[in-house]
Design a protein around this ligand. Structure first.
Ligand code: SAM
Length: 160
């Protein structure tokens, strides 16, 4: 079995979720909330989203109605992402979660059509979508990710 095909267990993700939550950047989330505020229903694609920990942490920090599309290749983890959705948005607006079984290394721009925000945390190294077009399919979208070194920042497409 290659390293890229090693399965991530639900128990391991559960164990690390509190530590990951403590390590995520609240300042980055606040900046995002300001940037996206009042934009209407936000469609968020979480790449390699596993059991949905990113949504449980970020959704309560963003205002307005949100639809999360969690991409992962592991069907069991995706089931958990849907079974344990984020508790709430920042202002009590509606929130929905959709699981999408996909190989994030092979996403095409159409797979992210309509996305207002693309997130990823602790993604598999060297397995990012190869096309930058896949990251930001329309002018209003924002890519937001955290590297393990915490170096990445929101990049509105208009600022590139
Ligand atoms: C370290 S876990 C992080 C999960 C989640 N983002 C979090 O922060 O808890 C990496 C995730 O990427 C998924 N993954 C790895 N390679 C993938 C690929 N090529 N396509 C889709 N998902 C992939 C794994 O199944 C796993 O759920």
């Amino acid at each position: 079995m290659s390293a890229a095909a090693v399965r991530v267990s639900p128990a391991w993700l559960e164990l690390r979720e509190p530590a990951d939550a403590a390590a995520r950047s609240a300042a980055l989330a606040e900046r995002l909330a300001r940037h996206l505020g009042g934009a209407g229903r936000l469609v968020i694609h979480d790449l390699g989203g596993g059991s949905g920990a990113m949504g449980r942490w970020l959704a309560p920090r963003l205002p307005g109605p949100q639809h999360w599309v969690v991409h992962d290749r592991d069907a069991d983890l995706l089931e958990l992402a849907v079974a344990e959705p984020p508790a709430a948005t920042a202002d009590g607006a509606a929130i929905t979660v959709e699981a999408r079984r996909s190989d994030i290394a092979r996403l095409a721009p159409r797979d992210l059509a309509g996305a207002g925000l693309v997130t990823a945390s602790a993604p598999p190294p060297r397995r990012w979508p190869s096309s930058s077009g896949a990251w930001a399919p329309d002018r209003s979208s924002t890519a937001c990710a955290r590297s393990t070194a915490g170096r990445w920042r929101p990049r509105p497409r208009s600022a590139r």
